[in-house]
Design a protein around this ligand. Sequence first.
Ligand code: NAD
Length: 263
Amino acid sequence: MTNNTFANQTAIITGAGVGIGYAIANALVRQGANVLLNDFDPDLARQAADFINQAQTGSSGSSARCVSCPGDASDVTFVEQMVDMAVKTFGSVDIGIANAGITIFGDIFTTTPDAFQTIVNLNLRGSFFLAQAAARQMREQKKGGSVLFMSSVVGHQAHPGLPVYSMTKAGLEMLARQLVIDFSPLGITVNAIAPGATLTERTLDDPTYIPIWSRITPMGRPATVDDIANAALFLVSPASRHITGQSLIVDGGWTSVGVPPVP
Ligand SMILES: NC(=O)c1ccc[n+]([C@@H]2O[C@H](COP(=O)([O-])OP(=O)(O)OC[C@H]3O[C@@H](n4cnc5c(N)ncnc54)[C@H](O)[C@@H]3O)[C@@H](O)[C@H]2O)c1
């Protein structure tokens, strides 16, 4: 991929104030895309867009930029407004990345209906309706596009305390396969990424995270956000235009050997 792989393209990415989403937004702008960066936290969203634009200024000479769009990615009305804002600001929507996701730990006996609803609303409902709103816009534009869901290795392999989260992630991967039927005739690809343990601002708070995941990950370390962003950029780039309905696991080999994270 070159510095202008995504020139004249617009991406929407949810939950991108920090972590994996931020890394994807940053990489997309570096490679020429305009990005509408969403986060629930307005300060974080603005700060993230500012950082990305400041680093971009004077680097490649590209005019690509990032605009923040704070709001709740599980709110369907807001999701539709995000698509409208991307079109008003940049003229199109070519890439929709449903990255925002929430994890609430609890086993089947302790999970409350509220926790269940919160997880399903963001991970499944928000992702489903972002795909719908972005693809409706792409259908009008008549030049294809790509949709990417953020799954997880726990959509493939059971993990203690995550019955609802893992169910939503497995659901997203089936949704990617299902949407091939509606999206392929429009030239829109739809895929999922399933990250394994990934170092983010959130996981860095846990002092046991790096030692545990370094020990049980065959590649000897947890993923960085750039490991995930590199895979994401491939799946929304022209290089993968014949890849659709797929899930790409990025976990340093963890699910191949299946060692549980408990000592
Ligand atoms: N970090 C990991 O190890 C890991 C592993 C597998 C999968 N994932 C998935 O990758 C995605 C990103 O994970 P992360 O760890 O980088 O993110 P994170 O949990 O650190 O959150 C990123 C941002 O999402 C925002 N957010 C939360 N709820 C939101 C909402 N309703 N609307 C809009 N924004 C919201 C938060 O404010 C935060 O800034 C998620 O879908 C997650 O399930 C992460």
